[in-house]
Write a protein that binds this ligand. Structure first.
Ligand code: SAM
Ligand code: SF4
Length: 329
């Protein structure tokens, strides 16, 4: 079992398999995209699998594949299948924007993926285009349909931005009436790759909840699953549920059980740190598993107490300029 220096059990890895993406979400990256990593800068599938295998042996029980957009990386199903076969791994899941996802759904089901996070910030095709700068709304809805038809649990992630999609909060909540989905509203964070100037959080979790409560005063708080980053709610009579993730307010750090590996191989012990070691570079220098395990244990043993401390301690890149596509969310 992996435990950090604050007594938190670490059992969840988020692995970002690419920084590339077929959308250009306003809150995530500039319109022109990013300076994409070259092939040699990216972790190879072999390196990813080796890292995952080692981490599972060390105590990781759950892995989430993210990006960038996982399905733009070539042969992604090969990696997913190999990870799904790791001995000791209890859960494999993924986060996707849904654009290319639908045809893969039967295969995802077959390899044992039970839950998918689908990003969908609006139910209006025009606003979808404004936010993502791509005309792909229909494909995302097809993916949602395919996931539900195959009995895969869907969590919808919606980043709430002033002047962009606050009018979508209630329609997204209404989805939970007839659909067995969990709609999660996420506070906007500054990880936009300098695509725009982050002027501070306008819609925090309290304001989002107030907006929902105005229309649904009967909304009920339900218990938050262990290590949940969301405050969870249910509207009586609705099939689905609602979550609000205080990603900028950082109210969930006390129970944080997660580590991250970026497409570049940065090992992050907090979303807000700037990478505490580079696992790809260490592997490429010829390190054996014992050496790798040593540096990982050291990093987990000196984790920041919370996202505020991690942000303050950034040394390599002071100030947040990166895109969430290079972190994985
Ligand atoms: N491309 C996939 C997708 O969009 O679902 C996976 C990667 S994306 C970086 C992972 C999650 O991060 C998405 O749910 C996205 O909405 C969220 N995200 C990206 N930029 C964000 C930001 N600046 N603030 C809050 N959430 C953000
Ligand atoms: Fe791409 Fe996901 Fe970032 Fe949108 S949030 S630009 S879909 S990586």
């Amino acid at each position: 079992m992996l435990t950090d220096n604050h007594g938190r059990k670490i059992n969840y890895l988020r692995l970002a398999v690419t920084d590339r993406c077929n959308l250009r979400c306003f809150y995530c990256m500039p319109e022109d995209g990013l300076n994409w990593l070259s092939r040699s800068e990216l972790m190879s599938y072999e390196e990813m699998l080796r890292s995952c295998g080692l981490l599972v042996k060390m105590g990781i029980e759950k892995i989430r594949i993210t990006g960038g957009e996982p399905f733009v990386r070539k042969d992604i199903m090969q990696l997913l299948t190999a990870i799904s076969n790791l001995n000791g791994l209890q859960e494999l899941s993924l986060t996707t924007n849904g654009v290319l996802t639908a045809p893969y759904v039967p295969e995802l089901k077959k390899i044992g993926i039970r839950s998918v996070n689908l990003s969908l910030d609006t139910l209006d095709a025009n606003r979808f285009f404004t936010i993502t700068r791509r005309d792909e709304f229909a494909n995302v809805m097809t993916a949602l349909d395919a996931l539900l038809k195959h009995g895969i649990e869907v969590k919808i992630n919606a980043v709430i931005m002033d002047g962009k999609n606050t009018q979508d909060i209630l329609p997204l909540v209404e989805m939970t009436q007839n659909m067995p989905v969990s709609v999660r509203f996420i506070e906007e964070m500054p990880f936009n790759g300098d695509g725009h100037v982050y002027t501070g959080l306008q819609w925090d979790y309290v304001r989002i909840l107030d907006e929902i409560k105005n229309k649904y005063p009967e909304i009920q708080k339900i218990p938050d699953p262990l290590n949940s980053t969301a405050y969870n709610y249910h509207i009586p009579g609705h099939h689905g549920s609602i979550g609000i993730i205080a990603a900028y307010s950082r109210t969930f750090c006390g129970t944080c059980n997660r580590i991250r590996i970026t497409p570049h191989g940065e090992f992050k012990t907090c979303l807000y740190d700037d990478g505490v070691l580079n696992i790809k570079d260490i592997m490429r220098s010829g390190a054996g598993d014992d050496e790798l395990q040593g540096v990982i244990l050291k990093a987990i043993g000196s984790r920041a107490k919370d996202g505020w401390e991690a942000e303050q301690k950034r040394v390599i890149h002071p100030g947040i300029h990166e895109s969430m596509a290079t972190i994985g969310g």
